[in-house]
Design a protein around this ligand. Structure first.
Ligand SMILES: Cc1cc2nc3c(=O)[nH]c(=O)nc-3n(C[C@H](O)[C@H](O)[C@H](O)COP(=O)(O)OP(=O)(O)OC[C@H]3O[C@@H](n4cnc5c(N)ncnc54)[C@H](O)[C@@H]3O)c2cc1C
Length: 299
């Protein structure tokens, strides 16, 4: 039985792993990928110590730091069910079953889907959820970003440098992204406020979007669509854990959940503000809490 399992290798999980390694805990890190959402961010300008660094570069720095320790990492593995059995935690993944005295859930968030006709059909055929990953495929093309918040504008700012024309399709009357980001897209992208996506159009690949703007229905021709309408927590494998109405895991200031020995950190939790530096800080706190829990309990 392990001391600890960390689920997720975004900023929260990687930082938890670094702290756990320094405490010489016997643990495993299980994650779909390494870096998490940091890989999707074009420009990071608010991680202390780096005035400017790209998201993938920062993710690589995190990984490099983590790999300095001899950490057992199960990459490409997905948590499916987490349960308490007596004083241990049992975790089933898509590949194996593990037991540990403590667990840190740092599984972050994933993109919300539009839920309109054509979305599933054209996923990865012109429709994507990651501008950093797929933006370069649309060089010289006309693209649309769906959304009006920080993630949408982060995508639009990246795409303005690559695509021929960028349209921002925002369901609300005005953009809600940080003013500094709004300034960067003003005059460089077509902003369609009050616009609801009705369907994704195409034949083999995306060729347009059907929109409703008030009473008016219109179609715009695009070859690429970037859906950036928000995120949902990756918490569906944690049925016995208390969550808020949006599915975020409820934690206290020591990152404890309602299950003894189960801690959570980062974007998957109800901690306000979802940022890299906050997730990293929460990851370190969760690891220290797990360490203290082990010291206090007999197994
Ligand atoms: C486009 C974009 C731009 C951003 N820009 C900035 C910025 O400039 N500055 C800033 O501070 N923040 C930014 N953010 C927010 C920041 O990236 C997140 O707050 C941060 O990454 C959260 O870290 P996390 O470790 O909690 O979760 P995540 O980064 O979401 O990582 C979660 C990890 O868990 C893994 N995982 C998920 N489900 C499972 C499962 N079932 N089993 C196993 N593993 C699983 C994933 O593979 C991933 O490795 C941005 C976010 C986006 C989307």
């Amino acid at each position: 039985m392990l001391d600890l399992i960390i689920i997720g290798a975004g900023p929260a999980g990687i930082t938890a792993a670094v702290y756990a390694a320094r405490k010489k805990m016997d643990f495993l890190l299980i994650s779909g990928d390494i870096g998490g959402q940091t890989n999707w961010s074009g420009e990071v300008q608010n991680y202390t110590g780096y005035q400017f660094i790209s998201g993938p570069e920062l993710a690589a720095k995190f990984e490099e730091h983590m790999r300095k320790f001899n950490i057992a990492v199960k990459e490409g593995e997905s948590a499916k069910e987490l349960k308490k059995a007596g004083n241990k935690v049992v975790l089933k993944t898509d590949k194996a079953e593990y037991e540990a005295r403590t667990v840190i859930i740092a599984s972050g968030k994933k993109s919300k889907e539009l839920g309109v006709p054509g979305e599933k059909e054209f996923k990865n055929k012109g429709l994507t959820y990651c501008a950093t990953c797929d933006g370069p495929l649309f060089a010289g093309k006309d693209v649309a970003v769906i959304g009006g918040g920080n993630s949408a504008l982060d995508a639009a700012i990246q795409l303005i440098k690559i695509a021929r024309q960028v349209s921002i399709i925002n369901i609300n009357p005005a953009l809600s992204a940080d003013p500094v980001m709004q300034e960067q897209v003003r005059d460089r992208a077509a902003i369609l406020n009050d616009s609801r996506v009705e369907a994704i159009l195409g034949d083999q690949f995306v060729n347009g979007i059907k929109l409703r703007q008030g009473a008016e229905e219109k179609t715009i021709a695009v070859q690429g669509i970037f859906v950036e309408i928000g995120l949902v927590p990756n918490s569906e494998f944690t049925k016995d854990i208390d969550k808020n109405e949006t599915g975020e895991i409820k934690v206290n200031c020591r990152n404890e959940t309602n299950l003894a020995g189960v801690f959570a950190a980062g974007d998957v939790t109800d901690v306000p503000e979802k940022q890299i530096i906050i997730a990293a800080g929460e990851g370190s706190k969760a690891a220290l809490s797990a360490f203290r829990y082990l010291a206090r309990h007999k197994f």
